[in-house]
Design a binder for this molecule. Structure first.
Ligand code: FES
Length: 98
């Protein structure tokens, strides 16, 4: 079974007040085809706001890739991309077998 797609939502102050609080509920907003494929967790400040990128809050990651100024539709799209990549890798592995 494939690993779940991991979504980490920054729950630091800057991100939380800029919309991170809504992003934490993404598990309830996922389309049916993505439900069960995603693991969501909150995290303390991911460090991006300290790099002078305050305008990019809220931050999140999908399988380790940062999403700046994240919205629910952005995250759902990134999750969909990650699911497609995972599916393609799985198909490649089967095709690579002798
Ligand atoms: S509060 Fe989110 S990156 Fe710092």
């Amino acid at each position: 079974m494939a690993d779940k797609i991991k979504v980490v939502v920054c729950s630091g102050t800057a991100c939380f007040v800029m919309g991170g609080s809504e992003l934490l509920l993404i598990g309830e907003q996922l389309p049916d085809d993505l439900k069960g494929l995603v693991e969501v967790e909150g995290a303390h400040c991911l460090g991006k706001c300290r790099d002078g990128h305050k305008g990019g809050a809220p931050y999140a990651t999908v399988n380790g890739k940062f999403v700046d100024a994240a919205t629910l539709p952005d995250l759902i799209e990134r999750i969909r991309e990650a699911a497609r990549e995972s599916e393609a890798r799985g198909a490649g592995e089967v095709g690579d077998e002798p």
